[in-house]
Design a protein around this ligand. Structure first.
Ligand code: GLA
Length: 385
């Protein structure tokens, strides 16, 4: 029996939020949570999608082109659809997806399922694709089949991450640099994620609304300055000149995007200088922009960020991911990370009677690096990637 097992990680975004559908910059890090997709040939002529994490099992014939069901299996089925669109029609299979990426927390459980599935299907079909192609295929699966208007960040990091590095991605052309997380004093700091427990879903309406507000503003900027490809190239002065032509909302959303791109550049400089103080300051400034200009934060998350800023050893904190709930990312002095997490948890409990989960993160490999490492040591009968 042919069987393959492939995994892809979740991620936390250090900085560069909502810039990934405007040709901007993002800086995510893959974290220790991952999804594994195991695929094996099926004797009954059907495609079968199962998971220990979710109750439903989906069985479909290879010619089935039914629409999404509004459940977890839409993610792997969406990826299968994109393979079929490319003329790659796998023979019948059983696919089992399992993982520990917290769901609905803004840590990219969706992209990890998509990318793990895509890797498993590639292995199963004996095909290969470049990293950008895999990321774009998974993004299309989510945009077209699942119906979430996400950008390209989450799929890119799940594919291309390298342990110990942050991925500085230019979302216009998917070119990237891998930035060290252990330069200078940064080596003595940790990325600590706090999960507010307030559920976030990018399939929900808020993300799509923000995206439309940004795109409406971007269209006006482009009209006035035809030489600009997108907001990734625009300056605040140019945006200001378009102010009267756009809604207050679009103006603020676009201002966030433009200032956020500048903050990513500052974050890169701080990382290369190995300076956690400077990096933390940029993170905290990014939160203010998410809260005030992009308006994608919620009270509980603002509380976590404000509390973190007061705690010993914290260099900076902000909302990470799509927003409207989800997680904060905190840069914390390594020796203080544990006490920081405990204090933050306690403050949150007292204020909201809610349990925040705290994850001290490791920067891990993405799907391609996992694949390469394991292809050389394929186990009996089961190739793992
Ligand atoms: C979600 C989307 C990403 C990105 C972030 C916000 O995670 O999937 O494409 O837009 O929100 O930065």
């Amino acid at each position: 029996m042919t069987a393959f097992r492939c995994s892809a990680p979740g991620r936390v975004n250090l900085i560069g939020e909502h810039t990934d559908y405007t040709g901007g910059f993002v800086m995510p890090v893959a974290v220790q949570f991952a999804t594994t997709a195991r695929i094996s040939s099926a004797a009954d002529g059907m495609y079968r999608f199962a998971s220990d994490q979710f109750d439903t099992i989906r069985v479909m014939a290879p010619e089935d082109r039914s629409p999404r069901k509004g459940e977890w299996s839409d993610y792997p089925v969406g990826v299968l659809r994109e393979f079929q669109e490319l003329g790659i029609c796998p023979s019948p299979f059983d696919l089992t997806v399992n993982g520990n990426v917290p769901l609905g927390a803004g840590l990219s459980s969706s992209a990890s399922i998509e990318v793990a599935t895509a890797m498993a299907l590639l292995a199963y079909c004996g095909k290969s694709m470049g990293p950008g192609e895999i990321a774009r295929l998974c993004q299309r699966a989510e945009n077209r089949y699942v119906g979430s208007p996400c950008g390209i960040m989450d799929q890119s990091i799940a594919v291309s991450a390298l342990a110990g590095k942050a991925l500085l991605l230019n979302t216009r052309d998917l070119s990237f640099e891998l930035l060290p997380l252990d330069r200078g004093n940064l080596a003595e700091s940790r990325i600590v994620v706090a999960n507010s427990g307030v559920k976030h879903s990018i399939a929900g309406g808020d993300y799509g609304l923000r995206r439309r507000e940004v795109e409406a503003g971007q269209a006006i900027v482009r009209q006035r300055f035809p030489q600009l490809r997108d907001l990734g190239d625009a300056t605040l002065e140019q945006l200001e000149q378009c102010r009267s032509e756009m809604s207050v909302e679009s103006f603020k959303r676009c201002r966030h995007i433009i200032t956020e791109n500048a903050r990513v550049a500052r974050a890169k400089a701080a990382m290369l200088a190995g300076d956690p103080v400077q990096l933390g300051t940029v993170l905290t400034a990014a939160h203010a922009s998410e809260r005030d200009d992009f308006e994608c934060s919620v009270e509980e998350v603002d509380f976590l960020v404000a509390t973190a800023a007061q705690l010993d050893g914290c260099y900076g904190a902000r909302l990470t991911g799509g927003g409207f709930g989800g997680c904060t990312v905190n840069l914390v002095s390594a020796g203080k990370a544990e006490a920081f997490g405990a204090a933050l948890k306690e403050a949150y409990r007292q204020r909201y009677q809610l349990e925040a989960e705290i994850y001290v993160c490791e920067a891990v490999d993405g799907a391609i690096a996992r694949n390469l490492a394991i292809m050389t040591s394929a186990e009996k009968g089961i190739a793992t990637c």
